[in-house]
Design a protein around this ligand. Structure first.
Ligand code: PLP
Length: 229
């Protein structure tokens, strides 16, 4: 892992870039929550980022996250986001480990979540698969509305999340981010829910995502360096 002071330095740089991207689009930097994608990084790397002011962490694997969170119980005001796929049979451990599930993608999963975490309802984002990639989880754009209607009584739906298909240029990513925002606007109007959160943008394109309305960016390598293999 990188040295703690290097993590702190990189975190400052990312925050500056967030502030610049926000001001380019006449937004306040406070509207953008930085979620550090810490998968495969050791607990000490997370601790270093926490000491430098980070409070939101995103993990992909339930077991890994549970053991790191146990090592980091003293970081009591941190918020843990699940940003990887959740299988219904891992729901119990996931509910103990995470504060926000960003990857709701089925009614079945909403049911499983509500069984373990009935009240207050678990906070979730719906993961939307905009590129229609077979290999990816998430629901197709045309299915989000029916998922919202089936799940809204079971979980608290905060908004939408997406991982766009890998692209060579920021322009391609921008199109997906704009699409997620338009989808959110449409669904908010139709459902009467605020759906205020838009989780989109990673190391390569978080500034573009902010220009297109992201309220959460999920950044890993820009802060922690390359992931350990
Ligand atoms: C790993 C990961 C990120 C962060 O990726 P970087 O390229 O390291 O910034 C963001 N979102 C999800 C869902 C991820 O799995």
């Amino acid at each position: 892992m990188l040295a703690p002071n290097e993590i702190a330095q990189r975190l400052r740089e990312v925050r500056d870039r967030i502030a610049q991207a926000a001001s380019r689009s006449a937004r306040s930097p406070d509207e953008v929550r930085l979620i550090l994608a810490s998968k495969t990084q050791p607990a000490q790397a997370i601790r270093a980022a926490y000491r430098a002011g980070a409070r939101d962490f995103g993990e992909n694997y339930i077991q890994e996250a549970a053991s790191k969170r146990a090592e980091l119980v003293d970081l009591s005001d941190a918020t843990w986001h699940l940003i990887g796929h959740l299988q219904s049979n891992k729901t119990k451990l996931a509910m103990r480990t995470f504060d926000i599930i960003q990857t709701l993608d089925s009614v079945r999963l909403a049911d499983a979540i509500a069984r373990v975490h009935p009240s207050p309802p678990m906070r979730v984002l719906i993961e939307v698969n905009l590129g229609g990639e077979e290999s990816k989880s998430g629901v197709a754009a045309r299915e989000v509305e029916s998922l919202i209607e089936a799940a809204r009584a079971k979980v608290e739906i905060l908004g939408l999340m997406t991982i766009p298909p890998p692209s060579q240029n920021a322009l391609a990513a921008r199109k997906y981010f704009a699409e997620l925002r338009a989808l959110r606007d449409r669904l908010a109007a139709r459902s009467g829910l605020a759906l205020s959160e838009l989780s989109m943008g990673m190391t390569e394109e978080f500034e573009v995502a902010i220009e297109e309305g992201a309220t959460m960016v999920r950044v890993g390598r820009a802060v922690f360096g390359e992931r350990p293999k």
